[in-house]
Design a protein around this ligand. Structure first.
Ligand SMILES: *Cc1c(COP(=O)(O)O)cnc(C)c1O
Length: 460
């Protein structure tokens, strides 16, 4: 913490001058703020010296732990050499080496890398490249696109348009471009066991749409394997492959949003390789620098890149970019992170198998858990009052209240509606998993033992 700042002053200034994302500021300023000022590994400290387990991987971004010494070293080294430079019409070593690294590790065929500085912008890039590709290839009629129900791809206008998050984006929908929407498949799975899986309706809708409209459709966009922001909604294995095959058959691009599921979260470098799928575009962001810095990457197939080549006069240049795209400091950290991640994959797979056993041991047949959805280092716990056919009203924000109790116990996780989420840093230890899971289980019990009977009493 800066030496001239004290806690009381920070809380006052935060309430007076800040505006936090996805936060009801009236509620936030009333409850008093909470400043994190230090981190190490999977742990965060507040300005009072209290320690918290980072159960959200700091917005799903952390891989090797906070202030990982190797990433820190890469950043410090780069700080001796070059801070920022343009990437228009010139390059610098980290950016070039990073592109080569992606070409080496990405699913076969994804040879080209375009840099941005956040997830939404990685999505915008793919959308614009796809639309423009079809114009350049003599198919200006391909102006439409397909998204999935409950999809989330970011908060900029293009990303909001292709997404489908009524709660977040509804008020802005009159300014969205039109998108065909197919239903999302449903799936329940945890500890490697599938309890329910259904993608029939979704695939039928897609096939019907493609049969009648493919001629006018540029791309389909989806999050493979898990729709994260929608509440960790799993997709049956095989769905991605089927979608990819249909799109290929009907000459429609596939844009995969791996901003959440990519880079080890599901135990593989890329989620799509689990179904042996190579998309036309693959978007990455959250874990790219292991949680150090903002970054976004859009990978695409060589043929897409080739379509933009020509003499200057032909006007095929991709006029799109951001000031800090390919920043030397960020790319230095990303390069080190990606190299380190490749070595960590076997360890992450071991962590996943431990995680799923720990989840099953604590929450299988738990009196207040209606459904567990878990895959990789991702888990959602859906809470209910414990009697069949009963539910907590969403507006009670049960999960949110439990996260506040958990914070007092030194655990930071997010809860939305009736769902609690574990999204730990990929380096989490067995001991830390035990702590996360057992503290959450006991906190749920303590809170709901008191709360659930009151609620049942008042609603009947
Ligand atoms: C976070 C996220 C985004 C948006 O990334 P930002 O960097 O927050 O703009 C897009 N898609 C998915 C699946 C995400 O989880």
């Amino acid at each position: 913490m800066p030496e001239d700042a004290n806690d009381e002053q920070l809380n006052r200034l935060d309430a007076l001058y800040s505006w936090h994302p996805f936060t009801q500021m009236q509620e936030y300023t009333q409850k008093g703020s909470f400043h994190i000022c230090k981190a190490q590994g999977c742990w965060l400290w507040d300005t009072h010296g209290n320690r918290y387990l980072d159960g959200t991987a700091s917005n799903w971004s952390n891989i090797h732990g906070h202030l990982d010494p190797d990433l820190k070293q890469a950043l410090i080294k780069q700080l001796e050499e070059l801070d920022q430079t343009s990437y228009k019409d010139q390059s610098h070593p980290n950016a070039t080496l990073l592109c080569a690294e992606f070409a080496k590790i990405a699913p076969e065929g994804l040879t080209r890398t375009f840099f941005t500085d956040n997830g939404s912008c990685a999505i915008e890039t793919a959308i614009k490249q796809s639309f423009r590709y079809w114009q350049l290839m003599g198919h200006p009629e391909k102006t439409q696109c397909i998204g999935l129900a409950n999809g989330y791809h970011g908060d900029t206008f293009g990303a909001m348009s292709v997404g489908n998050s009524e709660g977040f984006h509804g008020p802005f929908s009159q300014w969205f471009f039109p998108v065909h929407r197919i239903p999302a498949p449903t799936c329940q799975e945890y500890a490697g066991h599938t309890y329910h899986a259904d993608d029939k309706e979704s695939l039928q809708a897609l096939e019907k749409l493609l049969q009648s409209r493919a001629r006018n459709i540029a791309f389909l966009i989806m999050e493979p394997l898990i729709q994260g922001p929608a509440g960790m909604k799993l997709m049956p294995y095989g769905f991605l492959k089927a979608v990819s095959n249909l799109c290929k058959h009907y000459n429609v691009h596939v844009i995969l949003d791996e901003i959440f599921v990519g880079l080890g979260r599901l135990g593989t470098l890329f989620a799509c390789i689990q179904e042996n799928v190579t998309p036309d575009f693959l978007c990455l962001s959250k874990g790219l620098t292991g949680g150090f810095m903002p970054f976004g990457v859009t990978l695409c197939q060589e043929a897409i890149y080739q379509a933009f080549l020509g003499s200057f006069k032909e006007g095929k240049t991709f006029y799109h970019g951001h000031t800090f795209a390919a920043n030397p400091l960020i790319t230095a950290v990303c390069l080190k992170n990606i190299q380190k991640l490749q070595q960590q994959i076997p360890r992450i797979q071991e962590t996943i198998s431990y995680f799923q056993k720990a989840i099953a041991a604590s929450f299988n047949n738990h009196p207040y858990i209606k459904e567990i959805r878990q895959r990789g280092l991702v888990c959602a716990l859906e809470l209910y009052p414990g009697t069949p056919e009963s539910n907590f009203p969403q507006e009670e924000r049960i999960a949110h209240h439990i996260t506040l109790k958990l914070r007092e116990q030194g655990i930071l996780i997010r809860g939305v509606g009736n769902d609690l989420f574990f999204i730990p840093p990929l380096c989490i230890s067995k001991h830390e998993i035990n702590h996360l899971v057992s503290t959450t289980a006991s906190t749920i019990e303590n809170y709901l033992d008191k709360y659930a009977p009151c609620l049942t009493a008042t609603t009947h």
